[in-house]
Design a protein around this ligand. Structure first.
Ligand code: SF4
Length: 184
């Protein structure tokens, strides 16, 4: 299972383990900016692997160049971002001879679910490895609650520099609104 972050991976991991599947994780998220944030999320996935006693493979690629490029490809930056991570996931699974592949990105109601599904289906055919699809979104809230109980750090933005800037803008707009309401 590709793991984008510990809170998102919580529900899918629990579900697949309940089904008796032997799950291993792959942390490959070179989209995360800045480096401190990347390390923080990586750390939380290590914590998850200890709690659930599952092996997680870490590809320590913090690719500054990638998120620099994303600034230029802003029109389709999420598509590029999904594609890069999913392609790497299937390549890894092929080399390591895994039976099937999935991603915790399928849990989030804030991601382009259909695009992720489409790309994973495409790479599944390309690499000849089954894509384990499940609409994990049904357990999004439950997973977030469980993640809170585990004390996982929960980020307020998706990952790249643009999503960080968008969140900062949104927070300042909300604060401005609150001040306006408070001042009548
Ligand atoms: S918003 Fe999220 S999915 Fe989209 S490019 Fe940024 S990190 Fe990737």
């Amino acid at each position: 299972m590709h793991m984008c972050c510990a809170p998102c991976a919580t529900f899918p991991v629990e579900l697949l383990k309940e089904k008796g599947l032997d799950v291993e994780g792959l942390f490959y998220n070179p989209n995360i900016h800045p480096y401190e944030e990347f390390k923080k999320r990586e750390e939380q996935v290590k914590k998850l692997s200890e709690i659930y006693k599952i092996k997680v493979h870490f590809l320590p690629d913090f690719e500054q160049q990638l998120w620099e490029e994303m600034k230029d490809k802003s029109k389709n930056r999420c598509g590029t971002c999904y594609q890069k991570r999913i392609a790497r996931l299937f390549k890894f699974a092929k080399v390591e001879k895994f039976d099937a592949v999935t991603t915790s990105m399928l849990v989030s109601p804030y991601q382009d679910h259909e695009k992720i599904k489409e790309l994973a289906t495409m790479y599944s055919e390309k690499y000849g490895i089954p894509f384990y699809y499940e609409d994990f979104r049904v357990g999004y809230r439950e997973g977030q609650e469980k993640a809170k109980e585990h004390g996982f750090y929960k980020q307020r933005y998706c990952g790249c520099v643009l999503s960080l800037l968008e969140t900062i803008e949104q927070i300042s707009a909300e604060e401005k609104q609150k001040r306006m309401v408070a001042n009548g």
